[in-house]
Write a protein that binds this ligand. Sequence first.
Ligand SMILES: Cc1cc2nc3c(=O)[nH]c(=O)nc-3n(C[C@H](O)[C@H](O)[C@H](O)COP(=O)(O)O)c2cc1C
Length: 156
Amino acid sequence: MTFDDFLALVVSRRTQLVMDQERDVDPNLVEKLCEAAAWAPNHQQTWPWRFGVFTGESRRGLGEVAAEAMKRRGDAENKVEKTRTKYLRAPVIIVVGTAPGDSELQTEENRDAVAAGIQNLLLGATAMGLGSFWSSCPKGANDDVARHCGWDPGTT
Ligand SMILES: Cc1cc2nc3c(=O)[nH]c(=O)nc-3n(C[C@H](O)[C@H](O)[C@H](O)COP(=O)(O)O)c2cc1C
């Protein structure tokens, strides 16, 4: 690969909001994209990344969990209702979490490593012709979503 090829890949990765909601993505490819994320630089090799993959009807379940957390927080009803079906807009949702470290610094560095890993993942998706969009978890829904993913307490 030349540097120009590399730069073209980086530049061509742009947020894509319009997606084919039902076009299947090969689960092996999803796994490989998560593997690419895990090759990111990681201080002290803490392996902080956690992945939750949602396809089909499980995307709706994810939306319900986030929406219920928002409802509990008192968010506006229209926002809550929109969230229930939000994750059906893409065929695959990968929820990425970061494990807490042994110190505040390690927790921060874990998150840095996970963010670098997500960029690897997004670049890999672009290379494979897939659209992608990095989005935050809805405010206040983090713990519920993390629990739904089966992660240890403290994973954010
Ligand atoms: C950590 C992180 C969280 C983000 N969360 C959201 C979000 O919740 N909603 C949103 O519209 N954009 C969000 N963005 C921004 C988009 O993913 C995107 O990066 C931005 O719009 C720039 O577009 P580009 O990816 O084409 O460069 C987030 C970006 C990052 C890095």
